[in-house]
Design a binder for this molecule. Structure first.
Ligand code: FAD
Length: 505
């Protein structure tokens, strides 16, 4: 007999083994199969914080049906530009269908990329093709690896299962707020690459898609580092920072539209203070606390985004002369600060131009202003929360020290952010503090500029997922405007692979 049991509660101090005993009582037999389907934390009542489970159990052992893979064929020649989640998951699914992916990646393998990022952090020497945005694994490699998504599709389950298959912690399959951590992500990505290679696929590093040719509206060739190669299909999984690639695609007649996004700063608090606010007194045995806040107190909606408990603020520039921030944490989430993006909405009306790439120029302007505000050398401009709210300059840090590895210099948000964003954030913070006590703490640190929250463009595709008027070219993932995080980008990669496979078989 197989049973699904909902709403099982454990206190943070109880062992999960207790769940097996509950299952045995319900089955009236020893448990031969047991699986946690969902696990979430209920911290609404601070005096009675509990884990809540849904489990599946049976008195018979489960046998998974073996999955049959097709043998990969040399033709058609399917190119995938980008090895972020969209490109990698697309490649994995093409292999399932017997199609050999040719992955092009402008950056380096993840092991070498990690070294380039370290050099940038220590010495301020930016490698334009190997950084936090570019290189194997894409933008999320140096991330918190949060795997929550607002999109509801059966593909989400497949994405999580694939992550586990390639070595991610098994708990991501059932936690309601799954997270891999940057340390695990790097290992998972390297294993995915090995799998692609072992199954006949090709992975080329330092290989940039530089041109696309069509004949009568049908893809005929791609150029890689300027060298032309025949191609049958192309997946554009280039991410939101591939500004030169967007320019190339625009010059080749692709339909590109402007897209809203959000900008602001990273805010850092002590993780222990966030724990106190969310859990009350003792929080031993509980995961590092997180939060998600929205406020409509100002002229524009402001919200927190990409919260990294126990993480660091990371220098995330990919262009020389620009400062960009983002957040990262390892699986343990054991750094002393918590950070999140504190951002306000930007719409195409703010761009000041109808040009399809005006949003890119808008981001670039803010990043250059932040670079100058930080005094050059990629130091980030920082201001204390209390001084920001009072409209004063900052001179000393309090208990919260900025974690931004390149170093920080005091400068007010006004020196690099648009006035409407500054005023909206100023109005939002006291409002947010009402819901998360201590959010407006005087010594919380605001580090700028958070400008790459999502793609400033959309490369328009039709119902068949092909670029409008460009047969066999598939815009995919976040950069092309079809995803907003690791999960949705990976799911879009699977979706596009299915469309390509359906065309050939
Ligand atoms: C520091 C950081 C932290 C983040 N944290 C999270 C998080 O915790 N959870 C979450 O869901 N999301 C997070 N994100 C966002 C997430 O990383 C992206 O949504 C996701 O990676 C998008 O996937 P993608 O495959 O569409 O594009 P990307 O991951 O950006 O991958 C694009 C790839 O294309 C390559 N490329 C670009 N141009 C070319 C070209 N012309 N030729 C060949 N290759 C090219 C790039 O080098 C890159 O590897 C974070 C992002 C950053 C930067």
């Amino acid at each position: 007999m197989k049973l699904t049991l909902n709403n099982l509660h454990l206190s943070p101090h109880e062992r999960e083994g207790k769940l097996l005993k509950i299952c045995e009582q319900k089955l009236h037999a020893p448990v031969k199969y047991f699986k946690i389907l969902k696990k979430s934390l209920d911290a609404r009542d601070k005096a009675d914080i509990r884990w809540v489970y849904t489990v599946e159990c049976s008195d018979r052992a489960e046998e998974a049906p073996p999955r049959v893979f097709a043998r990969v064929k040399a033709s058609p020649r399917v190119y995938i530009a980008g090895t972020g989640p969209a490109g990698l998951f697309c490649a994995l699914r093409l292999i399932d269908h017997g199609i050999r992916p040719i992955l092009l990646e402008r950056g380096k393998p993840v092991e070498e990329r990690v070294k380039d990022v370290e050099i940038f952090h220590k010495c301020g020497i930016l490698s334009p093709d190997s950084n936090v945005q570019f290189g194997e694994g894409g933008a999320g490699t140096f991330s918190d690896g949060k795997l929550n998504t607002q999109t509801n599709t059966p593909l989400n389950r497949e994405v999580l299962d694939l992550f586990v298959k390639f070595g991610a912690p098994e708990e991501i399959a059932f936690l309601n707020k799954p997270h891999i951590g940057s340390d695990n992500l790097r290992r998972v990505i390297a294993k995915m690459r090995t799998y692609v290679l072992e199954n006949g696929g090709e992975v080329r590093f330092l290989s940039r898609l530089t041109d696309v040719e069509t004949r009568d509206g049908v893809l005929s060739a791609v150029s890689v580092n300027g060298q032309k190669e025949d191609a049958d299909a192309l997946v554009l999984a280039v991410g939101h920072s591939a500004r030169d690639t967007f320019e190339m695609l625009l010059s080749r007649g692709f339909s590109i539209t402007q897209k809203p996004f959000a900008v602001g700063v990273r805010v850092e608090h002590l993780q222990s203070e966030i724990g106190k606010a969310q859990y009350g007194g003792g929080y031993l045995g509980l995961p590092p606390a997180d939060y998600k806040l929205v406020s409509h107190a100002g002229e524009r909606a402001a919200f927190t985004f990409c919260m990294c408990p126990g993480g660091v603020v990371i220098p995330a520039a990919s262009e020389e002369g620009g400062v960009v921030t983002n957040g990262m944490s390892n699986f343990a989430r054991d750094e002393c600060n918590a950070n999140s993006a504190l951002i306000a909405q930007i719409t195409p009306e703010d761009f000041g131009s109808a040009h399809p790439l005006a949003g890119v120029e808008f981001q670039r302007k803010l990043e250059r202003a932040a670079f100058l505000a930080g005094g050059g050398k990629y130091l980030a401009p920082v201001q204390l929360m209390g001084d920001f709210l009072a409209g004063k300059e900052s001179y000393y840090f309090g208990e919260v020290k900025p974690s931004y590895a390149r170093g920080a210099a005091f400068a007010p948000l006004e020196s690099y952010l648009p006035p409407a964003v500054v005023s909206s954030l100023r109005a939002a913070v006291p409002d947010m503090d009402r819901r998360l006590k201590g959010f407006a703490a005087f010594d919380a640190v605001l580090t700028g500029v958070e400008s790459r929250t999502s793609s400033p463009v959309r490369i328009v595709r039709d119902e068949s997922l092909q670029a409008v008027g460009k047969e066999n070219i598939y815009p995919c993932g976040e950069g092309c405007g079809y995803a907003g995080g690791i999960m949705s980008a990976a799911a879009d990669g699977l979706r596009v692979a299915e469309r390509i496979a359906a065309k050939y078989f």
